[in-house]
Design a protein around this ligand. Structure first.
Ligand code: AHR
Length: 323
């Protein structure tokens, strides 16, 4: 354990001291070092996001001190304190939950280190703790999921729609915003009836547990599952099949992320709709970090453009997703 930790620290020091392998293919000679606290490895999305940020850092010749917080806020706070001690050029982090960051971010501010939020947001009363947010418009993703549902209910001629929701991590931005976007959009449709919402923590195993619970409680009265990420959706599908129901036909399945595995299942017809949430935020992140280093102004919020993959389109034409 100790040896492993030592190895990670040595690697980090090596990266910092060598300027992180600046080579022929770099896009700039910036000598910038970012401290990046990633949430964990809970999903294919998260793994793809980490890989993209690592690849883009290498492409731009930017040093990356990467720490995986294993889903724990205290690990992220400790990592941010280490980045402050190392005097990185900017701190980047994807907050597991929205609250509880003020103290450590005030420390970063006092040290004069800019903070870039990637993927998720924080909730604070304090001004100027972060410079910008690069991440999806989660509210819009919820809206797009609900708009699909309304169109689907119209096309099937449904008069009453019983919905169960498997949400992402409680108190996280995607959980709050996806739920808000979805609920606000169906609010005006009298056919829509939400039976229950449960926290699936963005995990496949929790998706399966939530689905088992829903099937025991509501049986075949469930018309649709709205799941906040592909991982939980993939966990839920076998439970539906074990209950003798056909996902995609007996129960409409709506997911978010758009990773390759879910797109393959969409093509099989067991998922009806996947709203895209791209993990490819690395390029925008590197460009933003360089601008900050050069004292240039940056946009406070940068959202990537995202689309909807569903049984309404020619799914065979969907290009490989890369995550
Ligand atoms: O914050 C983005 C969400 O976090 C993705 O939808 C999910 O898969 C990930 O774990």
């Amino acid at each position: 354990m100790f040896r492993k930790r030592l190895c990670v620290i040595s690697l980090v020091l090596l990266l910092v001291l060598t300027g992180c392998g600046k080579g022929g293919e770099e896009k700039g000679d910036t000598r910038l070092v970012l401290g990046f606290s990633q949430i964990g490895s809970e999903s294919a999305w998260r793994i793809g996001n980490t890989r993209d940020i690592e690849e883009q850092a290498a492409a731009y010749g930017i040093g990356l001190m990467l720490e995986n917080a294993n889903q724990k806020q205290e690990n992220q706070i400790a990592a941010i304190r280490r980045f402050i001690a190392y005097k990185v050029d900017a701190i980047v982090f994807s907050p597991v939950v929205e609250e509880g960051w003020d103290n450590v971010l005030l420390e970063a501010k006092d040290a004069g280190i800019p903070v870039i939020l990637v993927d998720r947001d924080i909730n604070t009363e304090q001004e100027g703790l972060t410079t910008c947010l690069i991440g999806a418009d989660f509210y819009k993703e919820g809206v797009m999921a609900a708009e699909y549902l309304i169109r689907k209910a119209d096309s099937l001629g449904l008069e009453h729609v019983n919905i169960v929701e498997i949400t992402g991590t409680e108190h996280s931005t995607p959980m709050r915003q996806r739920q808000a976007g979805f609920m606000d959009t169906i609010a005006g449709d009298p056919r829509m009836n939400v039976l229950e919402s449960i926290d699936g923590d963005f995990l496949k195993s929790r998706g399966a547990e939530c689905m088992r619970y829903y099937l025991q409680k509501y049986g075949d009265t469930i018309d649709i599952v709205f799941s906040h990420n592909d991982e939980m959706t993939i966990g839920a599908l076998p439970e539906i099949e074990k209950a003798g129901l056909v996902p995609g036909r007996d129960i409409i399945i709506i997911s978010i992320d758009g990773g390759q595995e879910a797109i393959d299942v969409l093509k099989e017809g067991k998922i009806n709709c996947v709203v895209e949430c791209t993990p490819k935020l690395g390029k925008e992140l590197m460009e933003t970090a360089i601008k900050l280093k050069n004292g240039e102004k940056v946009e406070p919020v940068i959202h990537p453009v995202e689309q909807v993959f569903s049984d309404e389109i020619n799914v065979s034409a969907i290009a490989p997703r890369g995550y």
